[in-house]
Write a protein that binds this ligand. Structure first.
Ligand code: KG4
Ligand code: ZN
Length: 332
């Protein structure tokens, strides 16, 4: 069994996964203390990881019907993310591996989002195209093997999750904004406003900053006018623009590469309309598609365990010098 730890942002996560990719437990403790600040406060996130992690690991083992004696490999997110938050996970993983005499596999968080697709009960095997859209990163990858991918396009400014969060904030919704914006959009008309989709960018890159500004101007126009601001219509149109931008690049990537297999990952892949849109585009083109369950799209440790299966683990005292990296990615 692999025991994995993920603490790159504000969710304290531990999971137990078998070498075959079967999830035995996947515990996610969302700190829920950052909403009042409108964003994650790094120092508070680190302190909460410290308080929660031991209990979360115990819970993951108990739910898996296991003990430390059943663990054969410890895995941990090494980066990218908030460095203080990552260090809590890395230090805990080192301590566990050293005390239990086990090897330690350092995992890249973005490789983890891709590897969520390799988990059972129906693992999706490479090669495939994978859209990874989270709060900090958005890119389209050609996944050539379990431990490698080539980036075909990436965002030039905001990540898609950041676009959701910033748009939600403009609309007066709580943090993290993605799920709240999706809910508000349910009662709105996605075609009410034509917001920019940035279709004309060269290649397979993304851009979301113009969209955010367009929403800001629309809101200002309504505030200055006499009619009530149609918040649900604006949310639906904004969400539609993000989904179309993402779907459009997937379609272009299929055409350019001829790869007829598509998957998604990252927190934004939990978005209902995006999931439906990707399903539909795959069906209309006769392309194989894999959409992981929502809880494997947002941050979790099962995806880190999944990726750890394809990492050369560090043994003995080799992992004691392991450091977290806040930016960049070993996978990119
Ligand atoms: O992958 P993730 O959990 O953490 C990072 O690695 O960043 O992604 C978090 C992002 C946030 O921006 C959040 O608003 C967004 O994913 N998100 C969503 C939904 N659920 C989470 N965006 C749109 N619709 C959702 N249902
Ligand atoms: Zn993530």
């Amino acid at each position: 069994m692999i025991l994995a730890i993920e603490t790159s942002c504000d969710d304290t996560c531990a999971a137990v996964v078998t070498a075959a990719g079967e999830i035995r437990s996947n515990v996610i403790s969302s700190q829920g203390v950052h909403d009042r600040y409108g964003g994650v406060v790094p120092e508070i996130a680190s302190r909460h990881h410290l308080e929660l992690l031991t209990a979360v690991i115990d819970d993951a083992l108990a739910r898996a019907d296991g003990t430390f004696a059943d663990v054969e490999l410890v895995a941990v997110t090494q980066g990218p993310g908030l460095v203080g938050a990552l260090l809590v996970g890395v230090a805990s993983a080192k301590a566990l591996a050293a005390a239990l005499g086990l090897p330690l596999a350092p995992v890249d968080h973005l490789q983890g989002h891709v590897a969520a697709n390799f988990l059972g009960p129906e693992p999706f095997e490479p090669p495939f195209l994978c859209l990874v859209a989270s709060g900090g990163h958005t890119f389209l990858a050609h996944v050539t093997s379990h431990d490698r991918f080539e980036v075909l396009g990436r965002t030039l400014d905001d990540a898609a999750g950041e676009a959701f969060d910033k748009g939600a904030r403009l609309l007066g919704l709580p943090f993290p904004g993605g799920p709240h914006l999706q809910r508000l959009a349910e009662t709105g008309d996605p075609s009410a406003f034509a917001l920019p989709v940035a279709r004309r960018l060269d290649g397979l890159d993304f851009s979301f900053s113009g969209l955010k500004t367009a929403l800001l101007y629309k809101l200002r126009d309504f505030e200055a006018g006499a009619t009530e601001t149609p918040l649900a219509d604006l949310a639906a149109s904004y969400q539609h623009a993000i989904v179309e931008a993402l779907a459009n690049r997937i379609e272009q990537a299929i055409e350019r590469t001829g790869v007829e297999r598509v998957a998604i990952g990252g927190g934004v892949a939990a978005n209902g309309p995006l999931r439906a849109r990707v399903e539909a585009l795959a069906a209309s083109r006769g392309v194989a598609v894999h959409i992981p369950p929502r809880e494997l799209c947002t941050d979790n440790a099962a995806m880190i365990a999944s990726a750890a299966r394809y990492v050369e683990p560090l043994r003995g005292d080799a992992f004691l010098a392991l450091d977290a990296y806040p930016t960049g990615s070993h996978a990119l």
